[in-house]
Design a protein around this ligand. Sequence first.
Ligand code: E4P
Length: 309
Amino acid sequence: MLKPDQIPAHIGARRASMPINNVTKEGKALKHPAAKAPKIFADTGTIAEIRPLWEAGIINGVTTNPTLMKRAGATSWGMAKEMMQEIVSLMAPHPVSLELTELEADKMIIQAEELASFGDNVVIKVPVGGYEAANPNSDRHTGLKVLHALWQRDIQTNATLIFNTTQALFAAQAGASYVSPFLGRLADYMYKNDQVEMPAGNALYYLEDHKGGKENSRQHNTAYVAASGNRMDAGIRLIHEIAVVFANYDITTEVLAASFRNGVQIPECLLCGADILTIPAPLLMGVADHPLTDDGMKAFIEDSKAFES
Ligand code: E4P
């Protein structure tokens, strides 16, 4: 994996200048040891998935999108709004990203103001582009214009569907508080469209694992890990590139790594300088499990029986 001493020092300096995540209350003697730890968000619209993660102190925020709201059971915009409102209230004051569904700038701004009224912790998620793809008569810069208009209105934004560093830079220029590079979707795309028979570096996943066809090893052995960090997969490289560019130019827009596919991508993103990770709730729930922890725990419990009277 990327060695800590390979991380440019100014990425570390940028992190150190970021707001405190784990605040120690005044008067408390034992300071929180991870004050500047990166934030972890749950990527879900399902409150039943959010609650246990919130109660366990694992998450500091939530991201949603229309697909996640539909998956959570919303069958109308009215219902989606009620469900989003509930998440915003549960998570306050921690940020909750709510995505716009309108496609015209004026309507998007009105919709953003309505969603922002749900709470001070609302962050409006704005697709950075793709408007012409959705409607050929659309203005291609709709997303950037809306990000800028919301910055002028003091509404926090999350520029979503980021797949290259230029999109991230333009979003930051427009005033976005967060950018969401989608590492997993980029990886999926590369895997589907690249020529996997070409030497490693072209294919996303380690070639031998791919040929072996073992689903799990393929998922958990990314090119990045398989090459001991000497070769980054496209998603991880994207996160790293954005983090370096933002550090180079002292841009405080936070890099919110999104679209996770496996647990290995978590340390990869942290080593690359991501500020926040938004992780699907089911993955987040089990990612800290380890068979050796389970075995060790069973042995401790067994041995502690020796002390029973
Ligand atoms: C991010 O905010 C998105 O909601 C999400 O991470 C997309 O992930 P997917 O590629 O699994 O849909």
